[in-house]
Write a protein that binds this ligand. Structure first.
Ligand SMILES: NC(=O)C1=CN([C@@H]2O[C@H](COP(=O)(O)OP(=O)(O)OC[C@H]3O[C@@H](n4cnc5c(N)ncnc54)[C@H](OP(=O)(O)O)[C@@H]3O)[C@@H](O)[C@H]2O)C=CC1
Ligand SMILES: CC(=O)[C@@H](O)[C@H](O)COP(=O)(O)O
Ligand SMILES: [Mn+2]
Length: 420
């Protein structure tokens, strides 16, 4: 399998793009990744010009303010009923800024569940950052690859759900990772040749429940699960960090991005979130990428690839004593990674099933309808009955069929739990 991200130290060319403004479409612009990406653009306006913005529609005021500040040509909103709110918010923001009608141009508005995909199809962009949450990002991911844009990928769920459909659609180097661990791995891979790689080592913070046993995990609340010890992120990825499902998805993501077998990808708990991942080479050298836990670094590198953009994140300092610690993952309390290793190794639509079951189980937990421990238990139960989905998907519709089955099954299981 050819890696989506070049592992060679001298490719792509380092002077590539440094003096050129790159057009940028941002999917999920109002979320945690999206707003941090716009901070990067604010710091490097000579590098990027925003042409398209997409969001779900929960925060029309922020979306409108972003569209006006960055002069977006097109704005896509998934919830059709939010369009009017976005339009009103655009006028209100323009008025607040004192713009008269002749002094600003309203962006073109697209609405509906496929608005982000349509925008990517219709709006030329050098780089598309997919910062949406969930596997609903799959069609936009494929649209960006089809359009020949570079895909800065935060939305790991689309890669995991689409699997071979995404990897086959991407040309080598077309996907640049934004997820901090995969950005770290890509940077560590610059240090050596692909054939000299022995192991990838993914670091995990351990989440808010590091050290808990199964009995203690049974009692935890949504509020506790949303309190990540080192990162401030959107709700779903935060809950996924607490269950270790995030690391599970990242294991599959690493396999798909870098073409390394599952047996050669380790997970290690590193509570400080300073070392973002590591690569061990055949001579025993382990190269680590370390920086403060700040997503603006991997976002900036993902957008500007392979150039580094200065002045975006604070540095690590070494003036005071500090410890970076590493410990094994407790597989009994947190079986999610083992389940992902099995599902990923079996392949087909099973990673899509894993992710869809998890998305439903997380929604049930956040809604107060099930316990924290039932999230991974639900994923396990759904996978146990998923033998029909072992074949490689021939189309996106097949992936969504597998997902729909998994979601229905997961909702049934959550309902059964509620009944007890
Ligand atoms: N946050 C982080 O630090 C990290 C995140 N990631 C990954 O990045 C992705 C985004 O995470 P995060 O930013 O935390 O999530 P958030 O929940 O903060 O943001 C999600 C964004 O996607 C938008 N959105 C939802 N549905 C659609 C849709 N149909 N079309 C267009 N936009 C949509 C939301 O808009 P609205 O609210 O209006 O629905 C919101 O702007 C996830 O895949 C996550 O795993 C990876 C590493 C780190
Ligand atoms: C910042 C980022 O990339 C997240 O995916 C992060 O990895 C979450 O931390 P965990 O290590 O707790 O899953
Ligand atoms: Mn990550």
């Amino acid at each position: 399998m050819s890696p989506m991200v070049s592992a060679q130290p001298d490719t792509p060319a380092r002077d590539d793009g440094r003096d050129t403004v790159q057009t940028l479409t941002l999917l999920g612009s109002t979320g945690s990744i999206g707003t941090q990406a716009l901070e990067v653009v604010r710091r490097a306006p000579e590098r990027f010009r925003v042409v398209g913005l997409a969001a779900g529609g929960n925060d029309p005021a922020t979306l409108a303010a972003q569209a006006i500040e960055f002069g977006a040509e097109v704005v896509a909103v998934a919830r059709a009923t939010a369009v009017e709110d976005v339009q009103l918010a655009l006028y209100a923001e323009a008025q607040r800024l004192g713009y008269s009608a002749g002094h600003f141009r309203l962006p073109r508005l697209l609405a509906g569940p496929d608005a982000a995909t349509d925008m990517v199809d219709e709006t030329e962009a050098d780089v598309v950052l997919n910062g949406m949450d969930g596997s609903r990002g799959l069609r936009p991911t494929l649209a960006a690859l089809r359009a020949g844009s570079r895909l800065a990928l935060a939305n790991k769920e689309s890669l995991i759900a689409g699997g071979p459909l995404v990897t086959r659609a991407a040309s080598p180097g077309q996907i640049t990772p934004v997820d901090s661990e995969h950005s770290a791995l890509a940077q560590c891979l610059w240090a050596g040749r692909t054939e000299e790689v022995e192991r990838l080592v993914l670091t995990a913070s351990g989440g808010p429940f590091r050290g808990y046993d199964r009995a203690a995990l049974h009692e935890v609340t949504v509020e506790q699960a949303l309190a990540h010890p080192t990162w401030s992120m959107g709700p779903v990825v935060t809950i996924n960090s607490a269950t270790m499902v995030n690391k599970s998805l990242e294991l599959i993501e690493a396999h798909l991005l870098f073409g390394v077998d599952y047996e050669r990808i380790d997970v290690v708990v590193h509570p400080q979130s300073i070392v973002h991942s590591m690569v061990t080479y055949v001579d025993g050298a382990t190269i680590a990428q370390a920086s403060t836990p700040d997503m603006r670094l991997p976002i900036a590198l993902g957008l500007g690839w392979p150039d580094r953009i200065g002045g975006v994140t604070p540095r690590l300092t070494f003036e005071q004593a500090a410890s970076w610690t590493f410990e094994p993952l407790d597989d009994t309390a947190f079986p999610a990674v083992r389940l992902a290793r099995e599902a990923g190794s079996r392949g087909g639509c099973l990673p899509a099933v894993y992710n869809a079951a998890n998305e439903e189980a997380v929604a049930a937990f956040v809604a107060g309808n099930s316990r924290f421990t039932s999230i991974v238990h639900t994923v396990e139960e759904v996978l146990a009955g998923a033998d029909a989905w072992c074949a490689e998907p021939a189309s996106v519709d097949e992936v969504f069929e597998a997902e729909e089955w998994a979601r229905r099954r997961a909702r049934e299981l959550a309902g059964m739990e509620r009944a007890h």
